[in-house]
Design a protein around this ligand. Structure first.
Ligand SMILES: [Zn+2]
Length: 65
């Protein structure tokens, strides 16, 4: 399993980014990296979109709840 990237902002000291899937209702690739340190969202690269489409912290969006 690939590790999520860390925040590109040096002030965050390599804080690991979280996969924010709150916007995937409009498409599976419409998600962002979210930094818990600076609270900013970062756009994933096309390679990251591919590698993290179904993980590690995200799930396929289906509304069974
Ligand atoms: Zn940050």
């Amino acid at each position: 399993m690939r590790q999520p990237p860390s925040c590109p902002d040096p002030r965050c000291n390599g804080a690991v980014l979280w996969k924010d899937t709150s916007t995937t209702a409009t498409g599976e690739d419409h998600w962002f990296w979210w930094c818990g340190s600076c609270k900013r969202k970062w756009k994933p690269t096309s390679e990251q979109l591919e590698a993290f489409r179904y993980g590690p912290s995200g799930r396929r969006s289906h509304r069974l709840h």
